[in-house]
Ligand binder design. Sequence first.
Ligand code: ADP
Length: 589
Amino acid sequence: MLRSLHMKLVLIMVLLVVCLMTIAGAFLTSSINQFYLNEFYSQMSGVFQDTELVRDLSVQTEGEEDGGLAMEQVLRAYMGALGVDGRNRNYFVLSGTDLRYLAGSDDEEGADLEVTPNLLIALNEKREGSESDPTAGYMDLAIPIHRGGQDYIIYILDSQNNLRQLNSEIFLLIIEALGFGLVISLLLSFLLSRTMVTPIRALTRGAKRVAEGDFGHEIQVESHDEIGVLTGTFNDMAGQLKTTLEEVENERTKLSTLFLHMTDGVVAFDRDGEVIHANPAAEDMLGRSIPIGGPIRYFDLFGEITALEKVLNLEGDCLESEMVRGDRSLLLLLAPFDREKQAGVLVVVHDVTQQVKNETTRREFVANVSHELRTPLTNIRSYAETMAETPDLPPEMTKNFLGIILGESDRMTHIVQDLLTLSRFDSGYSQLTLTLFPFGEVLRDSCQAVRLDAEHHGHSLELIGDRNLPNIRADRERVLQVIMNILSNAIKYTPDGGHIRMTAGWREDMVWVEVADDGIGIPADDRERIFERFYRVDKARSRESGGTGLGLSIAQEIVARHEGSLSLVDRDGPGTTVRMELKIGGPEA
Ligand code: ADP
């Protein structure tokens, strides 16, 4: 309560009034005292300068018996001039030798007079005792007179009762004024506090609202004084704060949206290793949920890579590391943030599984190409060497060897051509020549093309559903190449006397064709990989039949270009079924 501004104001006002009144009272009483004193002595000196009075007092009259009484008679005539009233101020005639009372205006008081310093001066030094003492509580004047050979002292004594009465009246007046002053000061302080405290309270309420995050409320500026300026400044500050907070919030939302949707994982830790942020990508890549401030800490996630302290004290930009989680290869970038304060560590997790896979595929591909080319080359070289070293080789053998050499070089040409086709697809140089043609016709043409070969192996070859197929928009030659490849695989990988059936149809905007055989089939483990380059289930059999292991890869590239699909159909029983789907309207891109 005492701490409130209102109470302080009341206290200050009361103290002010009391101080003012006390000072005014003190000054007033002391000046009145002084005035009274001065007035007394100037009145006395005025009277006693009267030469007639001095003469009447000092010259003895004839036949005078009692000088004291005679002098009292003289003084009585001057009572008015001396201000003697017989109660508060009196005159006395005393003996100049022993201060004995002889006569005066108040016999009672005269008999009981106190020996004052002024009386002693007059008695001892025979001069006028008129020394004033404001603290004495009386005023007196002692004048020595020599009359008729006798020494007398005329003594005027004022008891200051008038003054005391005046003082007590002034005191009462001051107390009354103090009372009024206090009432006025209380009213004033209420008024002041209303004008000062009300806007301050409004300001406090506003500050509380701002602290609670409510920036919408503007405090009314009611005055132009310092508090008004403060209120205005506070409103400006709240506005500024609102804008800044909105900007920060925007920035935060932007960042969290970015973190939420970015493909790279981000995990932030504080300096103690506690998680302060983790985005869904990071949780997905690391294969666990990472709650903020949860039990999972830096050590559990990346402790095996490097210690937290090491990252916190890192000299360079960031630390790069790799880790494998399940079947994923992850690249980690660890960096401290707010280095000077060592506030924490940020870990960016980049999924490089595909890159690693690509790199492995590339290496395997190069190894495969080298291997595939080296085999026919070695064959060609060894047969050529044998021929060169054996001049008398029988002509049938020479013919046989030359046949092998030609066959191997054809194989190499095949491989190189297939590789070229693939590389054209990879580099995007190979363009499709799109035309509109009947899908059924391509199927019949491809059947026709392989029929001799199929018959050669004793396979039956039938085509079902080719009659009501629509025209499609595609690269006719490439589509033919794909179907031929599937058909020739069916012929190749089906023991003689097998059955090959080509079924076609269409639905909505797609045409489809399935080539089913009852051949050796493809084991479950290999089914996924047969579209990979150089992948062959049975290498020897493939090579024997002139395969390169690139046919299905090329076929899939062609179908993908057409935005169609090429897949193996899961079907019970022996053999293999390959299905191709193509868009009737052709590729959009
Ligand atoms: P290739 O030139 O070796 O035939 P492909 O890319 O055409 O190469 O085929 C890849 C592999 O898939 C073949 O080596 C073969 O093992 C397997 N394959 C393809 N079609 C069939 C089929 N109809 N029956 C059994 N295996 C097949």
